[in-house]
Design a protein around this ligand. Structure first.
Ligand SMILES: NC(=O)c1ccc[n+]([C@@H]2O[C@H](COP(=O)([O-])OP(=O)(O)OC[C@H]3O[C@@H](n4cnc5c(N)ncnc54)[C@H](O)[C@@H]3O)[C@@H](O)[C@H]2O)c1
Length: 255
């Protein structure tokens, strides 16, 4: 299946992976509603690409039900339907041992990383069903199937993304809707830099090297590589590909 156009929502659109995804979809001629927390950051990060589609910058919190309901309704009003959503919004939260972690951090990380995926499935899928099909891609992590010390809430939230993806893939398989997930290891973005700093606050480059050493190919993922895997699942993947988690990790998942 290869689509050149259609209308898509991208959450976390002002981040490293998000901005790359918006540009790649826009370059294919897609209309994109770019969702992130504030307009100024979106305006700085996101560009309309070369494909001639419409780009809408939509400040919203993808973990708040009122916001998700409103931006999905706006996209439908504007474009008459949707071809899919790429859920990318995410935070790493605080780094703390499980015996010392804050409940507020757990709630916040689960809300941004998992509740946002739940809400976007809840409001986008009925639109896709009505339109006769479409695709959902969410962003998991290497930590959707592994643990990492001091990142319990983050690990839990990404395991939850895996569960939400698999359940919805089964539910809508006969409705022409594919629900899949990209699972990066460390990516060269603002989040990757924050994780490097948390690993070694005294020397961020040594923290970054720890992440590089975890990847069999000896480097971080680029935001474009992660976005490209998601855009492939969204626009190009064969229609029989459903409910999968695609590692984008230089081979780390093979270990
Ligand atoms: N960077 C990594 O090393 C890495 C590794 C594995 C998975 N991931 C996942 O990839 C995704 C993208 O991460 P990134 O590296 O581009 O990070 P990033 O920090 O560059 O971008 C994340 C974006 O999400 C936005 N966001 C946060 N909360 C939001 C909310 N409630 N509503 C809307 N937008 C919100 C932020 O404002 C930011 O623009 C995340 O889901 C992250 O968990 C990242």
């Amino acid at each position: 299946m290869s689509q050149s156009a259609g209308s898509y929502i991208v959450t976390g659109a002002a981040g490293g992976v998000g901005a790359a995804a918006v540009r790649q979809i826009a370059d294919r001629g897609g209309n994109v509603m770019a969702v992130d927390l504030d307009h100024a950051t979106l305006a700085r990060a996101v560009d309309a690409g070369s494909g001639g589609g419409e780009l809408v910058l939509r400040p919203a919190d993808a973990s708040r039900e009122d916001d998700v309901r409103a931006y999905v309704a706006e996209a439908v009003d504007r474009w008459g339907g949707l071809a899919g959503v790429f859920n990318i919004a995410g935070i790493e939260g605080e780094f703390a041992m499980s015996g010392e972690a804050s409940t507020a951090n757990y709630d916040r990380v689960m809300s941004v990383n998992a509740r946002s995926v739940f809400l976007n499935l809840k409001y986008v899928i009925p639109v896709l069903v009505k339109g006769g099909g479409g695709a959902v891609v969410s962003t998991g992590s290497h930590l959707a199937w592994h643990g990492a010390a001091t990142l319990g809430a983050y690990c839990a939230s990404k395991h939850a993304v895996m569960g939400l993806t698999r359940a919805a893939a089964l539910e809508y398989a006969t409705s022409g809707i594919r629900v899949n997930c990209v699972c990066p290891s460390a990516v060269d973005t603002a989040m990757g830099a924050r994780v490097s700093a948390a690993i070694n606050p005294d020397d961020v480059s040594l923290g970054r090297q720890v992440l590089i050493d975890q990847a069999p190919n000896g480097r971080l993922a680029t935001p474009d590589e992660v976005a490209a895997a998601g855009v492939w699942l969204l626009l190009d993947a064969p229609s029989h590909i459903n409910g999968i988690l695609v590692p984008v990790d230089g081979g780390q998942a093979a270990a």
